[in-house]
Design a protein around this ligand. Structure first.
Ligand SMILES: NC(=O)c1ccc[n+]([C@@H]2O[C@H](COP(=O)([O-])OP(=O)(O)OC[C@H]3O[C@@H](n4cnc5c(N)ncnc54)[C@H](O)[C@@H]3O)[C@@H](O)[C@H]2O)c1
Length: 338
């Protein structure tokens, strides 16, 4: 069992990673909690056994259920159950569930403890750690939310046995990202240790920049093009799949901007394409102009086009990227274009 600490002063907490980690759940619940509401989805086969009084509420699946109506429904269930501010909400699921459970907990009585049990790979290496919670509205994803750190996180690797293949691939897209965030040789680690190392990297980034005013933005490596690809495909391309392509694009962009060597671009193909078997370009034809327009709308694009790019000093945020370089990077990727 790996125990990783997210250092945030009095809000520090542990992330337990390993097979059977769910057995540690009782031990990490806040001592004040006498009752728990477990928030989960029906397709998630992991049901925690708790020593304290508890009830389970299933929420809908998919981004369309990640909304304020779900928060209201949960608040009503919390009220019916008599959940107090010293009790605990437990999110058992992927990133959608932990984002929703976390926001419901952040709002319930102006802040009730939450513990996450991440059951998807995305949840384990990313979503359940770091305290970003929230829901979608018609105008965009995750626009309503709060920073609300969990009291603890469980990543039970046994949960991955039932994770659908495509969801696993999405998680591997995020795992691939961690290969480029540090100089670590993640490939030399077995999968459980690799996942634990990803958690450690995320924990360190969150500790250094809890509210994403600086270095936490590096976690968006590959995300500028990824968001545009997701939107232009009407979300038929899943987030992790889009991030994989987005990182390949970011590598080419860094290369045409003479920030990295061709060898480093090849490393991206090795990790993303060969190691994790992820697609390095979309099957569908892309519309380059539309993607560039969408990238201009990206929330990071405060001073011209902004990307997280590899370079001599490692990964960093680079603003004011020119359209000439974008064109050269698109050319280098040899995509099928409309
Ligand atoms: N808060 C953050 O920092 C952060 C970071 C990254 C992503 N996110 C959010 O996380 C969400 C994506 O997370 P996700 O990829 O885990 O998606 P998800 O939570 O929607 O899960 C994907 C699917 O897998 C199912 N599933 C999950 N675990 C399972 C298991 N063990 N067995 C069988 N089925 C299982 C879910 O029910 C769902 O149908 C998005 O809403 C995104 O905005 C948040």
């Amino acid at each position: 069992m790996h125990k990783i600490k997210v250092e945030l002063g009095e809000r520090s907490y542990s992330v337990m990673v390993g097979h059977g980690a769910i057995n540690q759940l009782d031990a990490i619940l806040p001592k004040s909690a006498k009752r728990a509401v477990v928030v989960t989805q029906s397709q998630i086969g992991l049901q925690p056994e708790l020593k304290i009084d508890s009830t389970t509420v299933a929420i809908g699946g998919g981004e369309e259920s990640k909304n304020l109506q779900t928060i209201e429904m949960l608040a009503q269930k919390f009220a019916e159950f008599g959940l107090t501010r010293s009790d605990v909400v437990i999110g058992v699921g992927g990133g959608m569930v932990t984002d929703v459970a976390g926001f419901a907990a952040a709002s319930w009585h102006r802040g009730t403890p939450v513990v996450h049990v991440a059951t998807s790979l995305v949840g384990m290496v990313d979503a359940a750690i770091g305290g970003k919670t929230g829901v979608n509205i018609a105008q965009g994803k995750n626009l309503v939310g709060a920073f609300w750190q969990p009291s603890g996180v469980i990543c039970d690797l046994d949960a991955l046995k039932t994770l659908p293949d495509r969801e696993m691939r999405c998680g591997l897209g995020e795992v691939a990202k961690y290969h480029f965030l540090t100089g670590d040789d993640l490939l030399s680690l077995a999968m459980p240790e690799r996942i634990a190392r990803c958690v450690e990297i995320k924990a360190k980034i969150v500790s250094a920049d809890e509210r994403e005013t600086g270095s936490r933005a590096l976690l968006n490596y590959g995300h500028t093009l990824a968001h545009a690809l997701e939107r232009s495909s009407n979300f038929s391309l899943a987030h992790g799949e889009a991030v994989a392509v987005g990182m390949i694009f970011a590598a080419h962009l860094a290369h045409v901007m003479q920030r990295i060597t061709k060898h480093r671009v090849d490393d991206h193909y090795t990790v993303i394409g060969e190691t994790y078997g992820l697609k390095v370009k979309p099957d569908e034809k892309i519309d380059r102009r539309k993607l560039i327009d969408l990238m201009h709308l990206d929330k990071k694009a405060v001073s011209g086009l902004t990307f997280v790019l590899d370079g001599p000093k490692g990964i960093e945020v680079v603003s004011g990227v020119s359209e000439k370089h974008l064109d050269q990077a698109f050319d280098a990727m040899q995509l099928n274009e409309k």
